[in-house]
Structure formats: C-alpha cells, structure tokens
Write a protein of this length. Structure first.
Length: 184
C-alpha cells in the first residue's frame, strides 16, 4: 500500500464518476458513494471529538472505532467485500453496556447540549444516523452484508450514551428537554 496515494489529483473524476476499490467506476451521486461519504464524514467528526478532554480508555475506544469506520468505508468501496463482522457489532454492544451501566435512567428526553465534548458526540450521533440511512438506501439498491448497517445502528446508540458520559466527565449532567416550558 506504500505508493497507492502517490498521485492525489488524477482528474479521472472530472466527468462525475469515481473509482471503486474493485477497479470499477460509478457515478459520484450513487448510493454507494453517498454511504462512503457519510461514513467518512462520521469518522472525521469523531476525529474532531477526539480533540476534546476525555477519559483515556474512552479515547482508545473511539480510536478503535475510527479504524472500524475506515474498514467500513473500505467494505462499501469494494462491492461484495466484507470487513465489518459480527464481532465488531458485539464489541459496540459491550461498550454500550459498560458506559450505560453507571448512568441514571432517563425520565425525559435530553437536548444535544452540555459540554463541548458532549455536544460534539451528539453531532457524531446525528451524522452516524445519516450514514445509517445511506447504508440502508445502498442495501435497498444493491446487495451488501448486514453487519455494516448493524454497526452504525449500534454506534449511534453508543454515541448518545457517550454524550451523557462526557457531560459527567466535564462536571455537568444531561440537559433535559423541558416539555412544560411556557408556551406563547
């Protein structure tokens, strides 16, 4: 892989197409390219989240998730290829259980707010939901494995939980939606 990216501007996409990992070309507005872009955007937002203060163990887990998301992009880039497997989804299930265990039960909806890190985790969650919709749309148009869809579904749940964890790490708590606020 050493020289794969030696030439960044190839001009081969000037006609609105892009190359896939198997050497085929597709339109830059295809469902596959939308899904790849949304996963890439999610990974970039997690990179931004990693600029914030957080527990070291959580940082390590988010870096591992970034690697998974890079693999997920690779899987989407190569039709028929599989990199994300059941063990990836199960690892997210374990992280959900770990981080949710010490959080108080919610009796109200929460707003995507609080600390900067928690707010960035919410941005990651919403981008993850979009990536999930893109992967579902791709699966409706082409055959793909089921684990990528499951992975991003679980990851969005985890990012919600992590926003709550990060608010507490910053010394705050959830910002509750006030359904009973004064209405004009």
């Amino acid at each position: 892989m050493g020289n794969r990216l030696s030439k960044i501007a190839t001009r081969t996409g000037d006609n609105g197409s892009t190359g896939l990992g198997d050497g085929s070309r597709t339109s830059k507005d295809s469902a596959r390219i939308h899904a790849m872009g949304d996963v890439d955007e999610l990974n970039s937002n997690i990179g931004l989240l990693l600029c914030e203060a957080m527990p070291d163990a959580l940082r390590d887990e988010l870096v591992a998730i970034q690697h998974d998301l890079f693999d997920l992009g690779g899987e989407i880039c190569i039709p028929g290829y599989q990199l994300i497997k059941e063990e990836h989804v199960l690892r997210l299930d374990d992280l959900l259980a770990k981080y949710n265990a010490d959080l108080p039960a919610l009796s109200e909806f929460i707003l995507p707010a609080g600390s900067r890190a928690a707010s960035l985790a919410h941005v990651c969650r919403t981008v993850c939901r979009r990536a999930e919709r893109s992967i579902v749309a791709l699966a409706n148009a082409e055959t793909i494995h089921e684990h990528p869809r499951q992975y991003v579904n679980r990851l969005s749940d985890l990012l919600f939980v992590l926003s709550r964890v990060l608010n507490r790490f910053a010394g705050g708590s959830d910002v509750l939606w006030r359904h009973d606020r004064t209405r004009g």
